[in-house]
Design a protein around this ligand. Structure first.
Ligand SMILES: [Zn+2]
Length: 122
């Protein structure tokens, strides 16, 4: 996936798609990040209660055209974050001695495809 250079190191909440610079600290999971506001919304949803303010989670609100266009590159950043985490996990598996054949089979691809996508070699 290709993104503009300024987006490559930007961290984005995987739920509301706002950047760390807008939100402050984000909690990191494998390939995902979440902000405090989205954590609160998730906690309310898991508890089965209605969302306190708008009745919608931050990622469920209606978007104007401009907001939608702003979110497109941000969602691309989320994809980049997930791809980076996937590559890191594959390389960790390789360091543990897991073969390219098994990694490929796990991902539903050939050994060669897995190597080409994740090895960093050409
Ligand atoms: Zn968020």
């Amino acid at each position: 996936m290709t993104t503009a250079p300024h987006q490559q190191d930007e961290v984005t909440c995987s739920f509301c798609l706002r950047s760390e610079s807008e939100l402050g600290k984000l909690v990191q999971g494998p390939g995902v990040y979440i902000c405090e506001e989205c954590i609160k919304a998730c906690s309310q949803l898991v508890a089965g209660s209605d969302l306190a303010t708008s009745g919608r989670a931050p990622w469920q609100r209606a978007l104007s055209d401009e907001e939608l266009l702003t979110q497109l590159p941000r969602l691309a950043v989320v994809g980049t974050q997930a791809e980076r985490a996937l590559t890191e996990l594959v390389r960790k598996g390789r360091a543990q001695g897991i073969t390219w054949t098994r990694i490929g089979a796990s991902l539903g691809m050939t050994r060669q495809s897995a190597w080409e996508r994740f090895s960093g070699e050409q």
